[in-house]
Ligand binder design. Structure first.
Ligand SMILES: [Zn+2]
Ligand SMILES: [Zn+2]
Ligand SMILES: [Zn+2]
Ligand SMILES: [Zn+2]
Ligand SMILES: [Zn+2]
Ligand SMILES: [Zn+2]
Ligand SMILES: [Zn+2]
Length: 419
């Protein structure tokens, strides 16, 4: 029922005879195009009639044309067959859109008049897919087969044209589509969006030895890491021992800083609050050789806490020692907003990153990414920030806030591997 519009155009270049479905009998077909002759011309050789266009084409293509009927070369002398033309115009035919549901039948002479009014002509799909279809099939086409019909991705619910949703580009990019782990032995099917988290834990992923930085150059499947560490215990210990000795010599001062507090100052509180901007603290390490982190502070509050609270979150960043650390991160972050009047009454919250904390808050991040922040939307209400003279307490002073962070890491760090 459907045809490409380009081929319909090509058909019009050469017309030849009438290609209607005839109801009236007729047996003097043009022996060039085998159809009922259009504008018939009679040859002087055998008196046979051809379509004028068929005969002209024959003459154009042959320097010495012969009559397709009697082989004579006198075919060049021909004249319009008025009598036959009149007879043909009276023959009864079906409308050429009979297949499209048109029930019209009439004389050849009336066909052109009918065609300009026929309701069953092919129409172009209004969705712009370039298909031309019969009107009675248009609804079905637009609903079921049109490549431009609206479709919804069953995985990510994206709405777009059917050919885009089912096209290789979306299938290669859809964040919600389940895909097999790239480690063939793994056989896990994972939602694409969660693949990087899976790879971080995939037992079949090849990973460098835990002591790579110490000099063990082997890579093993993650699931074999433990037995590798056991098998090479002596070697690893030797390497580690050497590192400890060197570390002790060159970093005596550094080791005293383990678990010390970091103080961070947020300036222009009012501007951040009014413009609803997020303030990110400078990056810091949980301890030397530890996890790299930063704070984000929403002075005007985040989400449901907007306009009433300060929201505060701790984020993991990609750090220099990530290869030697245990992932996902486990530990406690103590987050304090400092009283600027006296060393007391600091607003303190303890953030626990434990086995029960969803892994996306604790997993390793790569490159310039910032990890999903863990923290509190309702860290402190705006009403608590100003001076409370009876308590000698004031958190917001000179448009600045001071934060103090300390991190107690319970997952493994390897400070002796710090270079
Ligand atoms: Zn002839
Ligand atoms: Zn013909
Ligand atoms: Zn019709
Ligand atoms: Zn269409
Ligand atoms: Zn999708
Ligand atoms: Zn896997
Ligand atoms: Zn090793």
């Amino acid at each position: 029922m459907a045809a490409k519009s380009s081929s319909a155009k090509n058909n019009r270049q050469f017309i030849g005879g009438y290609d209607y479905q005839f109801i009236s009998p007729f047996d003097q077909h043009c022996s060039i195009c085998m159809l009922v002759p259009r504008e018939p011309v009679k040859t002087s050789c055998c008196g046979k009639s051809f379509c004028s266009q068929c005969l002209n084409t024959l003459k154009e293509h042959h320097s010495r044309p012969t009559c397709p009927n009697c082989r004579s070369q006198k075919i060049t002398q021909s004249s319009f067959d008025k009598e036959m033309d009149k007879r043909i115009k009276e023959l009864v035919v079906y409308c050429s859109h009979k297949r499209g549901g048109c029930e019209w039948r009439g004389k050849v002479r009336d066909v052109d008049g009918h065609m300009s009014a026929c309701k069953h002509q092919l129409v172009e799909c209004p969705n712009g897919c370039t298909e031309i279809v019969y009107p009675h099939t248009l609804d079905g086409h637009m609903k079921d087969t049109c490549p431009h019909r609206e479709a919804i991705c069953q995985y990510c619910s994206l709405r777009d044209r059917h050919n885009i949703i089912t096209g290789s580009r979306h299938i290669d990019e859809c964040p919600e589509i389940p895909v097999p782990c790239h480690n063939k032995e793994c056989q896990e099917i994972v939602i694409r969006r969660e693949m990087s988290a899976h790879v971080e834990e995939c037992p079949k992923e090849m990973v460098p030895c835990t002591y790579a930085k110490a000099g063990c150059s082997e890579t093993v499947k993650r699931e074999d890491l433990e037995s590798h560490n056991k098998d090479r215990l002596k070697l690893h210990l030797d390497i580690a021992m050497k590192q400890i000795e060197e570390f002790g010599r060159s970093n005596e001062t550094l080791s005293t800083k383990v678990n010390s507090h970091k103080i961070m100052k947020l300036d222009e509180y009012t501007k951040h609050k009014e413009e609803k901007t997020v303030w990110y603290s400078p990056a810091f390490y949980s301890s030397p050789g530890g996890y790299k982190m930063c704070l984000s502070v929403f002075c005007n509050g985040n989400g449901g806490a907007a306009n009433h609270y300060i929201s505060c979150f701790v984020h993991l960043l990609s750090g220099d020692y990530d290869d030697t650390l245990e992932w996902p991160f486990k530990g406690e972050v103590s987050l304090e907003l400092l009283n600027q009047m006296e060393d007391k009454c600091h607003e303190k919250e303890l953030l626990r990153f434990s086995e029960g904390t969803p892994v996306q808050y604790r997993q390793r991040v790569r490159g310039k990414e910032i990890g999903r922040g863990g923290g509190l939307q309702e860290f402190i209400p705006h009403s608590e920030l100003g001076l409370k003279p009876t308590q000698d307490c004031q958190y917001l002073k000179d448009d600045s806030l001071y934060f103090r962070v300390s991190v107690k890491v319970t997952s493994k760090t390897r400070p002796w591997l710090v270079m």
